[in-house]
Design a binder for this molecule. Sequence first.
Ligand code: NAG
Ligand code: NAG
Ligand code: NAG
Ligand code: NAG
Ligand code: NAG
Ligand code: NAG
Ligand code: NAG
Ligand code: NAG
Ligand code: NAG
Ligand code: NAG
Ligand code: NAG
Length: 767
Amino acid sequence: MIYMRDNPAMHGLQASKFLLLALLLIQLLFSTQLVAQRSKSPWQTLTGDAPLIVARGGFSGLFPDSSLDSYSFVAQTSVQGTVLWCDLQLTKDAIGICFPDVKMMNASNIQVVFPKQKNSYLLDGVLTQDWFTIDFNFKDLKNVFLIRGMLSRSDAFDGNNYAISTVQDIATQLKPKSFWLNVQHEAFYAQHNLSISSFLLSAPKTVTIHYLSSPEVNFFRNIGSRLGRKGPKFVFRFLEKDDVEVSTNQTYGSLAGNLTFIKTFASGILVPKSYIWPVESQYLLPHTSVVQDAHKAGLEVYASGFANDFDIAYNYSFDPLAEYLSFIDNGDFSVDGVLSDFPLTASSAVDCFSNLGTNASTQVDFLIISKNGASGDYPGCTDLAYSKAIKDGADVIDCSLQMSSDGIPFCLSSIDLGKSTNVVQSPFRNRSATVPELNSLSGIYSFSLTWSEIQTLRPAIENPYNKDFNLFRNPRERSSGKLVSLSDFLNLAKNSSSLVGVLISVENATYLREKQGLDAVKAALDSLMEAGYSNRTTTTRVMIQSTNSSVLVDFKKHSQYETVYKVEESIRDILDSAIEDIKKFADAIVVGKKSVFPTSASFITRQTNLVARLQKVQLPVYVELFQNEFVSQPWDFFSDATVEINSHVTGAGISGTITEFPLTAARYKKNSCLNRKDLPPYMTPVQPAGLLTIVSPTSLPPAEAPNPVFTDADVTEPPLPPVTARAPTTTPGPQTTDGKSPNGQTRVAVSLLLAAFATVIASLLLM
Ligand SMILES: *[C@@H]1O[C@H](CO)[C@@H](O)[C@H](O)[C@H]1NC(C)=O
Ligand SMILES: *[C@@H]1O[C@H](CO)[C@@H](O)[C@H](O)[C@H]1NC(C)=O
Ligand SMILES: *[C@@H]1O[C@H](CO)[C@@H](O)[C@H](O)[C@H]1NC(C)=O
Ligand SMILES: *[C@@H]1O[C@H](CO)[C@@H](O)[C@H](O)[C@H]1NC(C)=O
Ligand SMILES: *[C@@H]1O[C@H](CO)[C@@H](O)[C@H](O)[C@H]1NC(C)=O
Ligand SMILES: *[C@@H]1O[C@H](CO)[C@@H](O)[C@H](O)[C@H]1NC(C)=O
Ligand SMILES: *[C@@H]1O[C@H](CO)[C@@H](O)[C@H](O)[C@H]1NC(C)=O
Ligand SMILES: *[C@@H]1O[C@H](CO)[C@@H](O)[C@H](O)[C@H]1NC(C)=O
Ligand SMILES: *[C@@H]1O[C@H](CO)[C@@H](O)[C@H](O)[C@H]1NC(C)=O
Ligand SMILES: *[C@@H]1O[C@H](CO)[C@@H](O)[C@H](O)[C@H]1NC(C)=O
Ligand SMILES: *[C@@H]1O[C@H](CO)[C@@H](O)[C@H](O)[C@H]1NC(C)=O
């Protein structure tokens, strides 16, 4: 304070008295404020403040843990006051570095630089082979670079030669408003004559530490008050419940029942998520009372283990935002902080999505169109998937129309029953056929079974990411629900007061007419009429979608329903003449995500102006397909489905999302950050190709050929053929045995069929 320099009377004793008084006053004010604040605060944290976000190793979900870019990216993407977490390690010469572990192999290229320096030490009572920080002087590490430590993360930043930083580097270069040091292995360092306490006590004044955590009781006992009254907050870190704490020889599980003891040396605890929300078979059990108990003991509670690319409980439907909310906004308590590898998602959970109440108003309008209902949670196109979609806030539910052999229109994701039912394990498994027009492999097609036969099948949840990523959707409900006919679907929709409309998608109409004598267009029109939807007489909008213009032309000829043209391939642009053509028969258009944000190696390369051009001529653009699984998204969206939605809606200005997880889209609509004049960074659309500027070019594959431009020739189709008379033998019952069906399809032998479906069976069995 400059004025004090000119006031010698304030020096000496008087000054210190003044300071003491001021301090007391501030403390008094602060504590009364605290009480007042807490009683009116929406937060059920210990102090009533918003929960703290602690960025583990920086934005380590994207960049190599503890790299400078990882740390500096936090301020660019997170709420103010987000804490930088540094895992403190000591080198052989007692230099403190930020590095995720005392073992170095996982998160650096050390095995390349020092191939022969592998060592083995007793670590936590286990003989462990690795490269250890204690074997290297700091200057030896100058050519050792940080890389991703987890395979689920992009390796595109591994070529950036991120150096290992000292604690002081991070403190002085980034000047974090809040800095957290975690000391995981104090006892191990002590055994090797390296003292963490000495390091901390001799740290220069430029290093201000606000939080200090450790899983070792003795560490806190030893360092005690030696860091001074204005020293860091001590946070005792709990490891897994069965692990034994070295200094007390008690399990962490038993220490968790002794919080008054913890309070004698710490002001907070850091616990794995499962201490608060235990899981069984990856489903959440009711929450424990750990947070409430700790708050009663006067301890703050920080929860660890948050990352958008970790396996989270099925209850969250792969949505990391939902997980944060269950820890900070559940009506019973809020943790005081979360330790996260993706501080952006934590930030938007705290600042945009918490304490909204049940009646939060919509901040942004766009259509949420389901894809086979809430098919991320239940088998697609079942009553359960549709009811869930309605409950979750979908505006439009969709029926992907299929025809049974007896001409009943029903909803199913694919014309091939094998993709989403148990038909390959049913008595109808011998109804398989090879239909070159539909698929080069054989299938069991909807038009080979009657509706009453189809109704005996059990639906199967689709798992688009089980083969490559071993991700399964809601296994407990993997065969729940009933398949519904189009008229069931329409009645279910009519019953809802929240739905804006229904979308009926009609594919393969030509084949069905020519080869199966089935008229999907007529069937749809008849069902709509019977259900009382005919020609916009109800308030429920009816949208007919097809990838084939001739189908939409046919619908337009016979009805006044809205038509939606779906462009299946990824395109980079569209000719004006093609837009004119589309306008003649379609009221809206569906394009894929890659037609909006093309990608290469899962990085966004640019933003097309397709959406703007289509909307200029009043063609609403709906985009598919939105899924919550992080593997479905380019890296630019930080493995966060909400960021992806936001970038499409606020960034690209699309008119609707087609999604398997309507809840995530519906929640996004209500987030309170969207009504602010300045969008916070975590609610700002991502910069197209922004991340590519940080990726080292050597990490990228050669550029892919650009997507094609959509032309009139792609739009124009010959008109639908007339319906042919139905071949009698295609009705089920005894089949011809000569291996050929009357209409020329090859029927395959059962043995071949089994081979073709081996993967399907395997995946069904695996679930
Ligand atoms: C590397 O890190 C991953 C993720 O933290 C962990 O599962 C694995 O055990 C680590 N491997 C080693 C050798 O430490
Ligand atoms: C640690 O220091 C003590 C005493 O100076 C010495 O006897 C011991 O060998 C040292 N241990 C290690 C692992 O360097
Ligand atoms: C730690 O506790 C276990 C069982 O509670 C006991 O067997 C063991 O001897 C104890 N170790 C020490 C060093 O006290
Ligand atoms: C709590 O832990 C301390 C230290 O291990 C121990 O002395 C005390 O008996 C424990 N209290 C209870 C109630 O378990
Ligand atoms: C999680 O989902 C399972 C299965 O649906 C359910 O039984 C359980 O109650 C849910 N847990 C919570 C905390 O809602
Ligand atoms: C939410 O809206 C309903 C119906 O409009 C009303 O009964 C309820 O009191 C409102 N709840 C809150 C928390 O405002
Ligand atoms: C429509 O709603 C009513 C009352 O909620 C219910 O009894 C009926 O079964 C529902 N019909 C359908 C088709 O869901
Ligand atoms: C049948 O529809 C699917 C999309 O549902 C499409 O991939 C396939 O090409 C269509 N086949 C024909 C012959 O229309
Ligand atoms: C719906 O419109 C079509 C074409 O305009 C017409 O042929 C049909 O009779 C109408 N149906 C009803 C129920 O109005
Ligand atoms: C679209 O439908 C027309 C008329 O039935 C058909 O001739 C054409 O092959 C279809 N186009 C595609 C891509 O399936
Ligand atoms: C298919 O299996 C059923 C009984 O499982 C049998 O009645 C029928 O004849 C079989 N059809 C063919 C073509 O093998």
